[in-house]
Write a protein that binds this ligand. Structure first.
Ligand code: GRF
Length: 203
């Protein structure tokens, strides 16, 4: 196998997708290694899991920076310091500066808990239930400056069941996220998908 790609995960909270990525990357034949977990929330719950697994963590609040661009430049410097090649946003609750998104274009993924382009933004499961959708799911996509808008790499579907609440639907979607995200990162790390001219190309 060629050298594992060096990947970072950016989080802001619980970090259950981060955990799924770390667990998947522990397999000897997984094509990426997680070399850094960065959080913009200093007490994000996910940090403890990363530390317990011997992964470098950096937790610095965006509030200590004057501008979004200055904070993103700091994050970028951390990624460079750790020789990061691929970035996974996993519940990272920051709008990215255009410059940061462009720097990592084609090398940065996000997971979103709906079947994009349906239901971008926040309060996703509430949106799905209010719309009366009978199917939902999750999407892993390349990150572009526009929120939740980059080309899709993979999706997984779940049914919306009668009586679902945002919590029950969210839990059903989350179980799929935990399988989908490691699979999508593996595809990128293996060179099986790339972003070209604004599209995901499967090679
Ligand atoms: C997930 O639902 C993910 O799709 C969304 O934010 C949530 C993060 O959850 N972007 P976790 O921190 O990975 O548990």
């Amino acid at each position: 196998m060629t050298a594992k790609k060096r990947a970072a995960i950016l989080i802001s909270g619980r970090g259950s997708n981060m955990r799924a990525l770390i667990e998947a990357a522990a397999a000897p034949d997984y094509p990426a290694q997680i070399v850094l977990v960065f959080s913009n929330v200093e007490d994000a719950a996910g940090l403890d899991f990363a530390r317990a697994h011997g992964i470098d963590t950096v937790a610095v609040s965006h509030k200590t920076f004057a501008t979004r661009a200055a904070f993103d430049a700091f994050v970028d410097a951390q990624l460079e310091l750790h020789k990061v090649e691929l970035v996974c946003l996993a519940g990272y609750m920051r709008i990215l500066s255009d410059a940061f998104a462009r720097t990592w274009e084609g090398r940065m993924l996000n997971i979103h808990p709906s079947l994009l382009p349906l239901f971008p933004g926040t309060h996703v499961h509430e949106q799905v239930l209010a719309a009366g959708a009978t199917t939902s799911g999750c999407t892993v996509h390349f990150v572009v400056p526009e929120l939740d808008a980059g080309p899709t790499i993979a999706q997984a579907q779940v049914p919306v069941l009668a009586g679902d609440t945002p919590e029950t639907l969210g839990a059903r979607v989350l179980a799929q996220e935990h399988a989908l995200y490691p699979a999508a990162l593996a595809m990128l790390a293996d060179g099986k998908v790339a972003m070209r001219d604004g599209h995901a190309v499967f090679v």
